[in-house]
Design a protein around this ligand. Sequence first.
Ligand SMILES: [Zn+2]
Length: 336
Amino acid sequence: MNMKERLLKALKGEEVDKVPVCTVTQSGIVELMDKTGASWPEAHSDAKMMADLAYASYAECGLEGVRAPYCLTVLAEAMGCTINMGTKNRQPSVTDHPYPKGVDDLAMPEDLLSQGRIPVVMEALGILREKCGDEVPVIAGMEGPVTLASDLASVKKFMKWSIKKPEDFQTILDFACDACIEYANAMLAAGADVISVPDPVASPDLMAPDVFDKILKPVLQRFADGVNGPMILHVCGDVTAIIEMMADCHFESISIEEKVKDLKGAKAKVGDKCTICGNVSSPFVLLAGDEAAVKAAAKQALDDGIDVLAPGCGIAPDTPVANLKAMVEARDDYYA
Ligand SMILES: [Zn+2]
């Protein structure tokens, strides 16, 4: 069983020889930027650099997959948001929004897939597919429809509409969802095996579980149903209150943080509706811990029945290579 077969089977909950270990969330780190010469912010806009940095997490750290791009702003930019491209160790962010005034003039860009950095991402996925052959899985990351909708409207207006203008709230979510479906399918066609979708604005930290259940879940279901490949849904924070709803969103797998304290309980709650990726703490263990701490957290996740061993959230750019290697070693030790 090669790495690609292993990950694809594990995401679907099929039997594997060992739990795969990779990152399904942000993967770029400074140590690998220095090693490859592919640094942020340039690597967000240059296909070869984007691919080189992603490939290094497999070649240098032993992670069983490659993942690109490194931000949640590609689709937002293509649809009219203004982006600050960040620095070598700070991710791009949205600084201005096309639709703060309302949904009356929503307009999908003509030829969406040729806008902004989308062609760069497609080229990078093609390069990665070529380099990885059929052995190593290529994971494409993108913002989810909830986060995209909030970027288009501004978080402040998005929150306001969720309470005071439910029709506008639904309209912008549907608009964002349409774009997400088109973009995700194009990334699969360009070479991705899996689409990994962080949707941080859907977190219970920002959206009430009741809103998730009644409004966001149907949008996420339509997104997953519209995409022709395996999907992972990542929601930040302690998602204990919405984990069964996440499992009902029709994604093959969900990615959770260590803030969900009871992984065993989470596994029991989702049952066979989806698998779970995670949940080694990105800030507290992979960034701030030592190799022993990484190995202990990884072993705990494996003991608790994690389906894909991975960082709980996007890894911080200053995370050491040694800690990512330790996560891989922990998985190997587990089966030794
Ligand atoms: Zn997260």
